[in-house]
Design a protein around this ligand. Sequence first.
Ligand code: FMN
Length: 380
Amino acid sequence: MPFNTNETDRLLSSTRSVKKRLDLEREVSEELLLDCIDIAEQAPTGGNQSSRRWLVIRDPKIKKEIAELYREVGGQFLKEQSERLDGTGHHNEKTIKASSYLADHLEEVPVLVLVTIYGEHDGSGRPGLFDSVIQAAWSFCLALRSRGLGSAWTTMHLGNANKIAELLDIPDGVTQIVLLPVAHTLGDEFSPVSRDSAREITWFEGWGKTTKKPTNGLPSFQDGPGLTLETDIKSTPEKLWDLISDINISSTFSNEFEGADWIDEIPQEGARFKGRNKNEKIGEWEVTCYVTSYETNKVFAWAAGDIEKPAATWEFRLIPLAGATRLRFAMSLGPGPSGLTRIIEQMPDSEKKIISNRQKDQLVNMRKTIEGIKKLAEQN
Ligand SMILES: Cc1cc2nc3c(=O)[nH]c(=O)nc-3n(C[C@H](O)[C@H](O)[C@H](O)COP(=O)(O)O)c2cc1C
């Protein structure tokens, strides 16, 4: 019987980390927990062996000791961060506050479920029995959600894993993976959150290769072939913004970009600049570029040639991480005409090969650009 995908998709996209909406007053029945564990045990397991072990903690005294060990690792940090970010609208403000709240109230959550596995990561790089646990723990969270309960994936306790092992008599050779505080939820409406779209982070036939349209095998020009490169930089979005919003930055590093000048004075969405390029296969060319997105400290994007039918679109994006910033540099070809489309018109049978070769050159230049920006930012 087919699934009602509206319901399964709702379950999969609304199983949030519940930290402030856990019902601390209502008991959780053991039957319910065991049902969810039985379902979770349907997850794949290496060698088809039973290697996961679930520890259910309800004794208030033991919960308190676990909560104290949890807070010992990062409670103070969460409190400080929570105060520092209060009212700033920082992208992580809500998460940190909720995490701090959970840390403060951990012993009050009716049940703590510690998911463990027989095995230790041996550093061999090969998956083994050890890797059989996360899929089951997540299934457990989904099973909880579908029954009106909630949890949050927490790992802070792992900083005190040895003390927790001692407290719970966990033998050597067993690894703790995640501590799931479990409770009925206060209300059951939880929404999907904003994440990167699949097209941005799904790459076809090779690292970083994107298309704008569904494609089978190597893309044609009309599929909107593109490239995405990323690098993590030890710097802040604020500091990196000055570099990525400088229209001449790529010319410092790229073999084929010669420089650019603003046509409109104020850089903002809709403003234009003229770029100068040179490449031995295509020759020299100038192109008017239109800023399509200008979000300070976040995104600088432009369309080359024509705003409606660009020859190519380009984007720098800054993604904040803990202690670093991920710089994403993405481009996609078309749909408008360009030097490349003229070459394709001359040799239509070689279209896919021409595109693939063009992308090899672009990859080199784009990599040089992001690595150059990284070097500049990290040496300052
Ligand atoms: C590997 C991992 C470790 C995490 N560790 C903690 C933790 O120790 N404490 C905590 O409060 N939340 C922890 N979280 C939950 C994240 O804060 C949470 O997933 C994130 O805020 C996004 O919220 P969402 O899951 O509702 O989308 C962890 C999540 C993951 C995936």
